[in-house]
Design a protein around this ligand. Sequence first.
Ligand SMILES: [Zn+2]
Length: 463
Amino acid sequence: MRQFTPEVVLPARRGHEQAVLGLLRAYGPLNRGELSRRCGLSRTTLHDTLSGLLAAGAVVTATPDEAPRGRGRPAERLALNPAAGQALGIDFSRRAVYVAAVGVTYEIVGTAGEAHAPGLPWPDRVALAERLVRGLLGGGLWRRALKGVGVGVVGPLTGAWDGSRDGALSGVAALLGERFGGPVLLDNNTRLAALAESTWGAAAGDQDALYLRLSYGVGGGVVAGGVLHRGADGVSGEIGHVPVDPAGRPCECGGTGCLETVASIRAVLDAYRARGGQGDDLPALKAAVEARDPIALGLLSEVGGQIGRVLAALSNAIGPRVIVVGGELAELGAPLLEPVRKALDAGAVPISRHRLTLRRAALGGVAGALGGVALALGESPLLSRYPAPEPEPEPEPGPAASPADSRAGGPADSPVGRRGGRGGPSPRPAVGWGAAQARPRRPLTPLPSLPTLPVSRGRRAAS
Ligand SMILES: [Zn+2]
């Protein structure tokens, strides 16, 4: 059941608005005559389009030219509103929503986040995201001005690009499109965190990086040769489902003894209590660690060793120069990360061992949302091998046409359509890896308000 009444904007008008906004992004302030020539709209249509954009706050009148030409008033120029958002990132993690917004000049307008109970229904999570965005950008200013919304969700995405992993997610994408009025791009939220850390954070500037997040889930992302790796069926980075204990606990993925069953927040807290530790939540565990509780320290040493062995195996396969560890558990610091480093040191092949650097993540909980911003802007070189986003989706007043939710054959059978078009018997989509189009990319500006890099855990001396 929808809780929202979508604003009805005719698709044609939305297209006109996007054309005008695109011109103002590309050329800066323009007068009406210049806009009309470049977009080819009639005077009446352009007038109506601009009226809507001015009323929405997406466009403002800029200072007229200094030197008047002739006797008449200088032509009024129109510009993007610097106070309106240009791209939004939203991270729907398991127990919180984070948002980040950038403005016209790609500066970060702000970031925000709020925890919620696990299992909160999607309409409520979207409403929470909208409230957080309004807090950042003010009521209404972000409407219709957005270049895009990059959204992180939990789990691998099998669809090509349009968010149709299953019926639920496709509904979420449609709902977000209604609420925020821009193209919506979905990706795995941990991979987006890897994108952000590799763009602005602990791995910025490194061409080969491996990111691991230790949170309520365990996941990661791979940057190889300066490109964020998405993988077949969007599965790249599912580090939490590498098996570490064949006799271990069942995992929600269907496997047994995955890294997530020993290194997620819940798994660590369960193991701590099972060994006689006193503490129900992360702050209690952190306090125990600071008090040098031997149960906590012994447990973290073991868990860190398991994490480090997985990272060493991945490192030998992928060859990162930097490994970044983030998530709430990484905030436990050396009692967890030093055992990680030792196991990595023991397991990495000698040629890379001395050059590999382990770092703590720099961007905190909002990394996934910042990665959504980078995805929405689409101008990070790290995305050069990513499939091009779909064209501007047409807003629909009714429920989105969600694909049939065919679960019988597993997630790989989720139909996507739109891209393949071969008409073969298999419903698998044709993922558009091959036809990456060269397009000019503006480098993303550094984020001025983010924390500085943490201390590297070391380039180790030759053993
Ligand atoms: Zn698993």
